[in-house]
Design a protein around this ligand. Structure first.
Ligand code: X6L
Ligand code: MG
Ligand code: MG
Length: 167
């Protein structure tokens, strides 16, 4: 498995922790994807429309898939876990976003890597920081360049240890 990617996981409906764990297992079972590490699991205040609190985590994967294929597999796992796409930014059983893919920058209408808003979201940056001190952020930014509002981290608190990875 050649390339390293980071994926963001989020759930705010149903058995949130079981769903995140199941997402790791389904991703790891896919051809061309190895899950290698997980951040801790955080409970996070919803950002955007009012909705229940989330559990968020970030995982590191190694993959032989191209970014577009990796995204397609993430969406397939979302469907397998019962995600129904209702209103935009609404609650969901599972959300799987491709944050970064190696150090590649991709700017296409249906595929933006690094994820264009990841550096504004404490629910992404805090779990990601469990795994790497120097993630590739949008526009060539590094972690030292980002300034979150001073209260952003209060909406993100540890909830459970790292998701289990089958060796
Ligand atoms: C104004 C308008 C300000 C919209 C912010 C922010 C919309 C984030 C969508 C926004 C706005 C999003 C998660 C979440 C969502 C998650 C937590 C989104 C997509 N996903 N909140 N809200 N964790 N804590 O995974 O990120 S909806
Ligand atoms: Mg998302
Ligand atoms: Mg998504």
């Amino acid at each position: 498995m050649a390339e390293r990617a980071y994926l963001a996981l989020g759930s705010n409906l149903g058995d949130r922790l079981a769903t995140l764990q199941r997402a790791v297992e389904l991703l790891d079972a896919r051809r061309g994807i190895d899950v290698v590490r997980s951040s801790r699991v955080y409970e996070t205040e919803p950002v955007g429309p009012p909705q229940p609190p989330y559990l968020n985590a970030v995982i590191e994967v190694r993959t032989d898939l191209e970014p577009r294929e990796l995204l397609k597999e993430c969406l397939a796992v979302e469907t397998e876990l019962g995600r129904v796409r209702a209103e935009r930014w609404g609650p969901r059983t599972i959300d799987i976003d491709v944050l970064t893919y190696d150090e590649r920058e991709i700017d296409e209408p249906d595929l933006e890597i690094p994820h264009p808003r990841m550096h504004e979201r404490a629910f992404v940056l805090i779990p990601l920081s469990d795994l790497t001190a120097d993630p590739a952020l949008p526009g060539g930014r590094r972690l030292d360049d980002v300034r979150l509002p001073p209260d952003a981290m209060f909406g993100v608190r540890p909830f459970a240890p790292a998701l289990r990875i089958e060796r």
